[in-house]
Design a protein around this ligand. Structure first.
Ligand code: XIL
Length: 333
C-alpha cells in the first residue's frame, strides 16, 4: 500500500517543492517527484552560467526540459536565480577588450544594460510558467556594517543592480512574485540586515514581494525558536515568505564523515524535520511555499559541500525510500 503523498498531507498549509536537475524528470525519480511534490526549482539550469554562458549566446535545453516537465505535470516553478555572485560567467564583469569593469559611469551603465538584457530574455522566455523568481540571491553580508555583500555587482553599481533587476523583472513578468533569497537568515545579525534592506527597497518603490529563507541547516542547528524569530522578523514588513532550499545535514562539523548515515542521526533528523515543519504549518499564513534542495539522498549538493563526504539531508534515501524524516512530517505524533 502506498505511503501518503506529502503534497496531500500539506495541502491545507503550503505547496511543497523540490530542487531538480535533468535526473529528476525521468524514470523513478520523476514518479516520486510527481507523487509527493507540487512545485519544483531548477537547481542550476536557470543560473546565468547555464542560460547565457557567452554574451548574446543563450542555452535553453536544460531549463526548457525542466520547465516543460513541470508544466506538463501541473507543478509550479520557482525561478532560481537572476542575479548572484556565483555561477556568473566572467564576461559579465569584463569589458569586450578583457579589462575588468569598474564603478565609472560607462562601465556601470554597461553592466546594468547586460543585466537588463539577461532578465528580459530569461524571464520573458518562460512567462507565466514561472510564478516566482529569486531575482537576487545572497546579497547580504552581516560582517559589513551596512550589511551589503561586496560582490562585483555591488562594487560596480552600488544598490542599482537590485533596483534594475526587480524593476525589469516586474516589467517582463507583472504577475510573478519577486524574491530576495538568502542563507542563514535565522542568524539575528544577518536577518536584521536583510530586513533593513528589504524595507529600504520597498520604501523606494522597488518591487520586492518576498523573502526566501534557504534553510540549509543541520540536525543540531538552528533551534525552532531561532527559526520562529526568523519568520516573525519579516511579518511587520508585510512581505511574503518562502522556505526555498531546505535540507538538514546529518553533520554538525567539517571533521565528521560517515560512509552510510548512522541510525541515531537519521532519527535526530526526523525530529528536526518534524519540529520545523510543525513551525512552518503554524506560519502557513506567511509561508507561500516550502522547497527542499533535492528529491532524494542519491543526489544532494551536500555530498561535495562544504567538504566531500556522503550526506543524507532529504526525506527519501538513496534507494528513493521514505526515511524517518518523511514520517516526521507525515506522522508527527
Ligand atoms: C548549488 C547546486 O545545488 C549545486 O549543484 C551547484 O554545484 C552549486 O549550487 N545556495 C543556492 C543554490 O542558492 O543555488 C546552491 O545550489 C546551494 C546554495
Amino acid at each position: 500500500t502506498d505511503i501518503p503523498a506529502l503534497r496531500d498531507v500539506l495541502a491545507d498549509d503550503f505547496p511543497i517543492g523540490a530542487a531538480i536537475s535533468n535526473r529528476q524528470i525521468i524514470g523513478d525519480q520523476a514518479t516520486l517527484l510527481r507523487r509527493h511534490f507540487s512545485t519544483v526549482t531548477p537547481g542550476n539550469a536557470l543560473k546565468w552560467d547555464a542560460t547565457q554562458p557567452a554574451e548574446g549566446t543563450f542555452r535553453w535545453a536544460d531549463a526548457d526540459a525542466q520547465v516543460d516537465f513541470a508544466t506538463a505535470n501541473g507543478l509550479a516553478v520557482r525561478g532560481h536565480t537572476l542575479v548572484w555572485h556565483q555561477q556568473t560567467p566572467a564576461w559579465v564583469f569584463t569589458d569586450t577588450d578583457g579589462t575588468p569593469l569598474t564603478s565609472d559611469p560607462a562601465d556601470k551603465a554597461l553592466l546594468l544594460d547586460r543585466l537588463e538584457t539577461h532578465i528580459r530574455t530569461v524571464v520573458g522566455r518562460y512567462g507565466d510558467a514561472i510564478g516566482v523568481w529569486d531575482v537576487a540571491n545572497e546579497v547580504i553580508d552581516e560582517n559589513q556594517a551596512d550589511g551589503l555583500r561586496r560582490s562585483r555587482w555591488y562594487e560596480i553599481t552600488g544598490l542599482d543592480y537590485l533596483r534594475t533587476a526587480f524593476r525589469v523583472a516586474r516589467e517582463v513578468a507583472p504577475t510573478a512574485k519577486l524574491y530576495l533569497n538568502d542563507y542563514n537568515t535565522n542568524v539575528p545579525a544577518k536577518r536584521d540586515k536583510l530586513r533593513n534592506l528589504v524595507s529600504q527597497l520597498r520604501a523606494e518603490g522597488v518591487p520586492v514581494d518576498g523573502v526566501g529563507h534557504q534553510m540549509h541547516v543541520n540536525i543540531q542547528w538552528p533551534s525552532v525558536a531561532e527559526t520562529e524569530a526568523m519568520l516573525q522578523a519579516f511579518v511587520p514588513l508585510g512581505v511574503e515568505q518562502q522556505v526555498t532550499e531546505m535540507d538538514i545535514s546529518i553533520y554538525t562539523n567539517n571533521d565528521e564523515s560517515f560512509p552510510t548515515p548512522p541510525a541515531d542521526r537519521l532519527l535526530t533528523q526526523a525530529y528536526k524535520y518534524r519540529d520545523l515543519f510543525a513551525l512552518y504549518r503554524r506560519y502557513a499564513d506567511e509561508l507561500t511555499s516550502v522547497t527542499l534542495w533535492g528529491l532524494a539522498d542519491d543526489d544532494t549538493w551536500l555530498d561535495t559541500f562544504p567538504v566531500a563526504r556522503k550526506d543524507a539531508p532529504l526525506l527519501f534515501d538513496t534507494e528513493l525510500q521514505a526515511k524517518p524524516a518523511y514520517w516526521g512530517i507525515v506522522d508527527p505524533t
